[in-house]
Design a protein around this ligand. Structure first.
Ligand SMILES: C=C(O[C@@H]1C=C(C(=O)O)C=C[C@H]1O)C(=O)O
Length: 295
């Protein structure tokens, strides 16, 4: 894997614009490899569609502020706004077991982290809260700090470090001497449920004001995903262009991920939200509201 993990600085969308722009679709998309099967083939030549690639934490903020109309956002961020947002059916980033790119690196076994410092990657919302839930449920209470995602720097200050996405993939392949916990696997082992890390969320306000626009957004994402899953050769090549590694590495990685979203997957997300609420991480109880048909 290439040593440099640099991305173009995200272009920040402007907060809600005038009515004249109502026909423009402002789309927030995850800029990491995990989202390629949904995002790589999204139609790029439509002048009515503007793209805003970003890290999950940026997309969460843009969607909440109304700076984008739709975003592939952290499931936890969706839960924080579940009363004002719907989740589009057929679209998520989930796993039913190991996820392969959300790792907790620890100098000690999980059970021995009580009272220790744990560093959390600043770009995540779902995984940081998932780690907090998992540790709370085994009775471990560390002190959490939030840091830029860089493993050696995080481990200078902390006993454990949570990384997601490309940074997690990158550092898991380096010498680090840590115990490594895959959070998708930990969740599945403890609950028997899938875990949903990202959903495609749309404000209910937009659904009321402009349902045709939401239908267009939905069709547009489902079409991107359909093309991605039908041409995994190109998705794998794009992942290799981004981060190197072998073809089989990426086939195995994408093979673990689930890009669908339905009642069964929503049940896993609901359980996550319930636990997050019980542990004081989510202010209000939340449930997934699925919207639309999967054509
Ligand atoms: C599968 C992943 O899930 C990501 C994790 C997220 C989070 O922790 O908030 C948000 C979006 C997902 O794309 C990953 O990071 O590799």
């Amino acid at each position: 894997m290439t040593s440099e993990l640099r991305y173009a600085v995200s272009v920040v969308p402007e907060p809600e614009r005038a009515e004249g722009d109502a026909h423009i679709l402002r789309v927030g998309q995850i800029k990491y490899t995990n989202a390629l099967p949904i995002c790589h083939f999204l139609e790029k030549n439509d002048p009515d569609i503007e793209y805003y690639p970003g890290a999950p934490i940026e997309l969460n903020k843009w969607l909440a502020e109304g700076a984008v109309d739709v975003g592939l956002v952290s499931s936890f961020a969706y839960a924080e706004h579940a009363d004002t947002m719907v989740a589009l059916r057929g679209l998520s980033i989930s796993s039913g077991g190991p996820v392969g790119s959300i790792f907790f690196f620890s100098k000690r076994p999980l059970e021995e982290l009580d009272g220790c410092t744990v560093a959390l990657a600043s770009i995540s919302a779902s995984s940081v809260n998932l780690l907090k839930v998992l540790l709370a449920e085994i009775g471990v209470t560390p002190t959490y700090i939030t840091r830029e995602p860089n493993l050696p720097e995080m481990l200078e200050e902390a006993e454990g470090a949570l990384l997601i996405a490309d940074q997690a993939l990158y550092w898991s392949l380096q010498d680090h001497g840590c115990y490594v916990y895959d959070l998708g696997e930990e969740w599945y082992r403890r609950t028997g449920h899938n875990m949903t890390f990202a959903v495609c969320a749309v404000p209910k306000r937009l659904l009321t004001a402009n349902p045709e626009k939401v239908r267009k957004i939905h069709r547009f994402f489902l079409e991107g995903k359909r093309k991605g899953l039908a041409d995994m050769d190109e998705i794998v090549r794009e992942a290799q262009r981004m981060l190197g590694q072998s073809e089989s590495f990426w086939r195995n990685y994408f093979g673990n991920l689930i890009y669908d979203f339905n009642e069964e997957l929503a049940a896993g997300a609901d359980l996550f939200f319930e636990k997050a609420h019980r542990h004081g991480l989510l202010e209000k109880p939340a449930k997934v509201e699925l919207w639309g048909d999967e054509e």
